[in-house]
Design a protein. Structure first.
Length: 305
């Protein structure tokens, strides 16, 4: 098939990276490959048990690597602030906003936000803002925000962002993933000192697809997801390649999105087309203002010395 692979990742010694949701799936393989190429990597994980298991696997695979396990729950702004305070003391070269939830029955975060919008967008918005001084202290920082092809079905419902009046799990997921793209574009406009790029994995076999059916007790859908993951999806190792490309490859364009080329379901990473809504500056400004208001996080760059 050809194309860019993990073997093309440049040497990353001397660079520091944080990957959210690094305990499994795409996040795990993103963190593993960054560590293999010499980056100092923080595995930012919600579950201490699953995070420790991922840490053990990465350190076994890269015994001379510089790997740290960090506790981060993106559905709790207190946890986000605590994590950022612990990990903002040194320049940060790469932040991969990877963690997410998909198509859940309506739940709320610790701060009362709808879970998908709160975790996938607001948690990462807050984390990126709190880590911004560390990012801007690096020589060539990148922020990679992981979206989904289902962003194309998304619509920003500013009159009901939290799905309080009407909730459909797939519409809420599409909105959150579209918000990831709008955030990527707006961050690129506001912070020229870093590269803000998006990535989507195509259809990759991970645990993400199982969460919703299992929370609903829908065994038939859970089996259908397992069937699709085996017969149709590409492995998580391949699904991580767009994130790795966006995080490390030369020539990556600010504000662009990278995913599987062609039909965008599987294959080598390439620049891909975004939904037109993602590029609208008025949507970017509005989402930014709402996000600052909801999270209490503003993007204040450090003063020049």
């Amino acid at each position: 098939m050809g194309g860019w692979t993990a073997a093309d990742i440049p040497d990353l010694h001397g660079r520091r990276a944080i990957v959210t949701g690094a305990n499994s799936g795409i996040g795990y393989h993103t963190a593993l490959q960054l560590a293999r190429r010499g980056a100092a990597v923080v595995l930012a994980c919600r579950s201490a048990e699953r995070g420790q298991a991922a840490y053990d696997r990465v350190t076994a695979a890269v015994p001379d690597g510089d790997v740290t396990l960090g506790s981060l729950d993106l559905a709790d702004l207190g946890s986000v602030r605590a994590f950022a305070a612990r990990h903002s003391g040194a320049p940060l070269d790469i932040l991969v906003n990877n963690a997410g939830v998909m198509a859940l029955p309506r739940r709320t975060t610790a701060d009362g936000f709808e879970m998908q919008f709160g975790t996938n967008h607001l948690g990462h918005f807050a984390l990126t803002g709190l880590l911004l001084p560390a990012l801007l202290a690096a020589s060539a920082p990148r922020v990679v925000t992981v979206t989904s092809g289902l962003a194309w079905m998304g619509r920003m419902r500013f009159d009901d962002l939290q799905g309080e009046r009407r909730y459909w799990k797939w519409a809420a997921y599409g909105q959150a993933k579209l918000a990831n793209l709008i955030f990527t574009k707006e961050l690129a406009r506001r912070e020229p000192g870093l590269l803000s790029v998006a990535a989507h994995p195509g259809y990759a076999a991970t645990n993400l697809q199982h969460a919703g059916p299992r929370m609903e007790g829908n065994k038939l859908m859970d089996r259908a997801v397992a069937f699709g993951n085996v017969l149709i999806a590409q492995p998580a190792t391949a699904g991580a390649l767009p994130s790795l490309y966006a995080a490390t490859a030369p020539g990556v364009q600010n504000g662009a999105c990278y995913g599987p080329r062609g039909l965008q379901t599987r294959g080598a990473p390439a620049k891909v087309v975004m939904p037109p809504q993602a590029a609208k500056p008025e949507l970017g400004r509005r989402l930014w203002e709402v996000s600052e208001s909801l999270t209490g996080v503003t993007y204040a760059a450090p003063a020049n010395p």
